[in-house]
Design a protein around this ligand. Structure first.
Ligand code: IPM
Ligand code: MN
Length: 339
């Protein structure tokens, strides 16, 4: 039995979450889903975007599923997802860029993994006003750079990838990205020394060049590892290559916890209309199952979604269909149940 903290959030969050839970309830595994609150609507009701209770529940469960939240429109209240990543020590953000059949995309054969450092960089939230304007502090530590580089090599080994690429801007950010790239190459050398037979190639790109090659020649990339903001930007770019944010899942991983969320936001413009594509949330649940070590179940769930995408009968409007969020999820559930 797995205890899962479920944070639907607001906007389309609750819709894609309910669709996904509906599928997971058909699993052979047993889940105890415990609902917790966060986000804008929670803020309106309770005065906080992230109640302590939610943090405690997430800390004490086997994994957390997070839907989407709307940002509070003031400059003082930190976003609840950032606060949660911090509170749970989720230092690695795994963002697969994967093509799926039946989904209109720029490329139909991509399977790249972006590994985004998730705890520091320009997300340190250390900003201040100055006389001229404002400054932000870009914190890069050897510890976090070393740690995220290791995640990249471990994930490459796990997934049978043969190339790990570091992305930075060390020609300008000479000190901060100097520390990042030095840590990367040190870890790379360790992995070469430990087991050269695994034959993982390593290289590096400046972030601007990486952004271009992602569009013109993405097949040169397998695993990309980068700092926080670069990873944020490149992962949206990558999603754009494989059908958009509706298809992009993510995993936030730390030493003790894992939180799984679609890359998309709360999309208030379509909230409540039952047209949100549940695929990114379903694929985030796949990442959760992998994290729990339930690889067979993760595979079954992804295959069920692939079948629905291939059939093309029960798709949301963004995928060219006319089905609702729940109708598409029902179709996935049916195949998942029977497999
Ligand atoms: C993401 C989002 C968040 C981020 C925002 C909502 C703070 O864009 O998960 O990519 O920048 O990390
Ligand atoms: Mn983002």
């Amino acid at each position: 039995m797995y205890t899962i903290t479920v944070i639907p959030g607001d906007g389309i969050g609750p819709e894609v979450m309910e669709a996904t839970l509906n599928i997971l309830r058909a699993s052979d595994l047993e889940f105890d889903f415990q609902e917790a609150r966060a986000g804008y609507v929670c803020f309106q009701d309770t005065g906080t975007t992230l109640p302590d209770e939610t943090i405690e529940m997430a800390k004490n469960s086997d994994a957390t599923l997070f839907g989407a939240v709307t940002s509070v429109p003031d400059q003082k209240t930190a976003g609840s997802i950032l606060a949660l990543r911090k509170a749970l020590g989720l230092y690695a953000n795994l963002r697969p860029i994967k093509s799926y059949p039946g989904v209109e995309a720029v490329y139909n054969d991509l399977d790249i993994l972006i590994i985004r450092e998730n705890s520091e960089g320009l997300y340190s939230e250390i900003e201040e006003y100055t006389e001229e304007g404002a400054t932000a502090l870009r914190v890069i530590t050897r510890k976090a750079s070393d740690r995220i580089s290791r995640v990249a090599f471990e994930e490459a080994l796990k997934r049978g990838k043969t190339r790990v690429t570091a992305v930075h801007k060390a020609n300008v950010l000479r000190k901060t990205d100097g520390v990042f790239r030095e840590a990367f190459w040190k870890v790379a050398k360790e992995y070469k020394d430990i087991d050269a037979s695994k034959g993982i190639e390593t290289d590096e790109f400046y972030v601007d060049a990486a952004a271009m090659f992602l569009v013109t020649d993405p097949h040169r990339f397998q695993v990309l590892v980068t700092t926080n903001l670069f990873g944020d930007i490149l992962s949206d770019e990558g999603a754009g290559l494989v059908g958009g944010l509706g298809m992009a899942p993510s995993a936030n991983i730390g030493d003790n916890n894992g939180l799984f969320e679609p890359v998309h936001g709360s999309a208030p413009d379509i909230a409540g209309t039952s047209v949100a594509n549940p695929a990114a949330m379903i694929l985030s649940a796949c990442l959760m199952l992998q994290f729990l070590g339930e690889h067979q179940e993760a595979f079954k769930l992804e295959q069920a979604l692939i079948n629905v995408l291939k059939q093309g009968t029960f798709l949301t409007p963004d995928l060219g269909g006319a089905s609702t969020t729940m109708e598409m999820a029902q179709a996935v559930r049916k195949i998942f149940e029977e497999s």
